[in-house]
Design a protein around this ligand. Structure first.
Ligand code: TLP
Length: 344
């Protein structure tokens, strides 16, 4: 199977498996796992933040990041297609007790002017704004990258209003690869940043939250409350360290494969996609002119050995990653071409 459903599907590399087998471990609930401690120190260093917290999933990292910056009964401003609003089972409401105020933005990239209009002060009727959340890269907008200047403007504006900014940087290393800038520059002013080790970077499990020492200390308690206090988690952190140190350097290969696929998909009958909009490793393409629903196409691709999911009846998303080389992209393209030429 050529699996283009997500960059979460990668299997740990041989080097990761070796490191996992040999990892030095201890009980991380007591803060005694040396490998987890090293991973947290390295993450904090690389992001130039005071501290970091190893969490089992990106969803838990976002949940904790949002919780550390808000109070029950507030609103979190986010983009309309954001992961926190659409793919985390209403966790912002469930755990932090906050509503999401969704703002649609071109390419998923919010601008300070658009956010400022939506900020609500304390008043007799409305839920006051507690936090601004931005997603970089923006998954469901097609892996789009925030220009660093826009992030800085949002953070400066938010801070001037006494608000914090949480960045869902699940794929922040893809943004860094696309811009050729280090992650610490892209999130310098964000208060908390979540990034995934298990998405694009090849680790089997794990995400990180980075921020101030104070926020991470509180975050550690929320993590325990959520059931994320892991014990000898060094076996996971060992793979995470390799993901963090080694895997970012190769992400440009995934970006080149995504662009290559988008350029060729654009030539196929019934498919619409603008290759210029593909900035990282995600290609969202419209299949409505094939006359078939994305679920049908998905099932057909699968019978021919290619996995690609629909994100709604009209659009599909493919994601390139470490476990698909250019050769597999060529094979996947053949399958898509054969399937849609029959469909049209
Ligand atoms: N993204 C997954 C799905 O959940 C959609 C994928 O296949 O792309 N923030 C963003 C922006 C993400 O894209 C994801 C995962 C997460 C958070 C959550 O990470 P996990 O799955 O570890 O909870």
């Amino acid at each position: 199977m050529i699996d283009l459903r997500s960059d979460t599907v990668t299997k740990p590399t041989a080097e990761m498996r070796r490191a996992m087998a040999e990892a030095d471990v201890g009980d991380d609930v007591y803060g005694e796992d040396p490998t987890v401690n090293r991973l947290e120190e390295r993450a904090a260093e690389i992001f130039a933040k005071q501290a970091a917290l190893f969490v089992p999933t990106g969803t838990m990292g976002n949940t904790i990041g949002i919780k550390t910056a808000t109070e029950h009964g507030q609103e979190v401003i986010c983009e309309a297609r954001s992961h926190i609003l659409n793919y985390e089972l209403a966790m912002t409401a469930w755990f932090a007790g906050c509503l999401c105020r969704a703002i649609p933005a071109d390419g998923g990239v919010l601008q300070w002017a658009g956010i400022e209009r939506e900020i609500r002060p304390l008043g007799p009727h409305w839920a006051p704004t507690g936090l601004i959340e931005i997603e970089n890269t923006h998954n469901m907008a097609g892996g789009t990258v925030y220009p660093p200047r826009v992030v800085d403007e949002i953070c400066d504006g938010a801070h001037a209003r006494g608000l914090k900014v949480h960045m869902d940087g699940a794929s922040i290393f893809n943004a860094a690869a696309a811009l050729g800038r280090p992650v610490r520059e892209l999130c310098a002013k964000a208060d908390t940043v979540m990034f995934c080790l298990s998405k694009g970077l090849g680790a089997p499990v794990g995400s990180m939250l980075v921020g101030t020492t104070e926020a991470m200390a509180r975050g550690r308690l929320y993590r325990k409350r959520l059931g994320g206090g892991m014990r000898q988690a060094g076996v996971l952190a060992a793979a995470g360290l390799i993901a963090l140190e080694k895997m970012p350097a190769r992400l440009h290969e995934d970006h080149a494969n995504a662009k290559w696929l988008a350029e060729r998909l654009a030539e196929l009958p019934g498919i619409s996609v603008d290759p210029a909009s593909v900035e990282t490793n995600i290609v969202i393409f419209d299949v409505s002119r094939t006359g078939r629903a994305s679920a049908e196409l998905s099932a057909e691709f699968k019978t021919r050995g290619v996995l690609i999911n629909g994100i709604n009846p009209l659009q599909m998303r493919l994601v390139t990653h470490y476990d698909v080389a250019r050769r597999q992209c060529e094979q996947a393209l053949e399958v898509i071409r054969d399937t849609v030429s029959v469909a049209v």
